[in-house]
Design a protein around this ligand. Structure first.
Ligand SMILES: CC(C)(COP(=O)(O)OP(=O)(O)OC[C@H]1O[C@@H](n2cnc3c(N)ncnc32)[C@H](O)[C@@H]1OP(=O)(O)O)[C@@H](O)C(=O)NCCC(=O)NCCS
Length: 175
């Protein structure tokens, strides 16, 4: 299973992505924007564990992002449960050498189409720490809307921050 647009593809993670994943993920400029479950330093063992945990996904919900045929990062969704089972949280990162080339904007559009078309999801959402203007810009470019601010909800880097929540609704369900 592969989703593609131009020189950007989303595909299942492979065991041999682990070395590049660990190298690119081991960057505080990345981990500072993510939950503490994304560790710093980020080791080869962390990458192997992550890839192994995704191995049996069906349907596929965690993708490697490829740019010009090379692994550059991950994008994935976490579907909700119970009454939230038509919603999913979305998360992503790419390695710093690949920032500001439009890669995650394309990847987010690809996974959004897949979620609405193949997974029968109605709402995608994410929370962005208040200082992550690049991620907010990506979400806006992909048609996500700002829902609200969870004030003082994040403790990161020994400080308290606001989290800005964004969502996108399946077009058939817009009022
Ligand atoms: C945030 C991130 C996903 C963006 O990925 P990307 O592929 O570089 O994004 P794109 O190139 O598609 O778009 C980036 C946009 O942000 C803008 N941008 C970048 N840095 C910015 C900054 N400091 N202030 C304002 N805008 C900024 C770019 O100019 C671009 O907008 P434009 O097309 O209007 O010029 C990437 O930097 C990353 O992986 N960061 C670390 C992990 C992370 O933050 N994950 C998301 C957690 S919510």
């Amino acid at each position: 299973m592969q989703l593609s647009e131009g020189n950007i593809s989303l595909r299942r993670l492979r065991e041999n992505d682990a070395a590049r994943m660990a190298r690119l993920a081991n960057n505080e400029k990345i981990s500072r924007n993510l939950r503490d479950g994304f560790p710093h330093p980020y080791t080869l063992a962390d990458a192997i564990t992550f890839i192994n945990n995704c191995r049996d996904q069906d349907p596929l919900t965690t993708f490697a992002i490829e740019y010009q045929g090379e692994y550059v990062g991950n994008i994935g969704i976490f579907p909700g449960q119970d009454v939230y089972r038509k919603s999913a949280e979305i998360g992503y990162f790419i390695g710093e050498p690949y920032w500001n080339k439009g890669i995650v904007t394309t990847a987010l559009n690809l996974i959004t189409d897949y979620c609405f078309r193949e997974l029968d999801l109605i709402r995608l959402f994410t929370g962005v720490f208040e200082y992550n203007t690049a991620s907010m810009r990506v979400l806006e470019k992909c048609g996500f809307e700002k829902d609200c601010v969870f004030k003082k909800s994040v403790f990161k880097q020994e400080k308290i921050w606001d989290e800005v929540r964004f969502s996108k609704i399946h077009p058939d369900y817009l009022d």
